[in-house]
Design a protein around this ligand. Structure first.
Ligand SMILES: [Zn+2]
Ligand SMILES: [Zn+2]
Length: 146
């Protein structure tokens, strides 16, 4: 993920507006590897910028995605997660109890669909999701409704 200053430049090139609210979101995403939801970004941004709107956060995240600066993931946790790690191809470990999403570096170059599918389907990318229980949750008692 680029720094807030670099993203400011990147936004200005195609004429996108850069406001202090947008820069707060850039700063919040920089160096983050927790794959925040848009909602949690909004909560965090509000601490710094009480006047920021949810709509601004959504719009900024979508503009970042359009510029290829973040990826939006749906890993089955019920919310879209913002992934600022677009530099390195990676996959994900997803905790099925708390929804934590972590990066996993893994080479899937040898992973291919069998030939009969390849005749009718062109694979463009592969995403691997490992589901399980994170370190924190494994030690905690399982919730009663689970
Ligand atoms: Zn967990
Ligand atoms: Zn990731």
């Amino acid at each position: 993920m680029r720094t807030a200053a670099e993203l400011t430049e990147r936004f200005r090139e195609p004429g996108l507006r850069v406001t202090p609210q947008r820069q707060a979101i850039f700063r919040l995403l920089h160096g983050v590897d927790t794959h925040p939801t848009v909602e949690s970004l909004f909560e965090a941004a509000r601490v710094e910028m009480p006047t920021i709107s949810r709509k601004t956060v959504y719009q900024t995240v979508h503009d970042l995605e359009a510029l290829g600066e973040v990826a939006l993931l749906d890993v089955g946790t019920g919310s879209i997660r913002v992934d600022p790690n677009v530099e390195r191809a990676h996959h994900h470990l997803v905790c099925s109890r708390c929804g934590t999403v972590r990066d996993v570096l893994l080479d899937v170059a040898d992973l291919r669909v069998p030939g009969r599918y390849r005749r009718e389907f062109v694979v463009e990318s592969v995403e691997v999701v490992f589901r399980g229980v994170c370190e924190t949750c494994v030690d905690a008692p399982a919730p009663a409704h689970a």
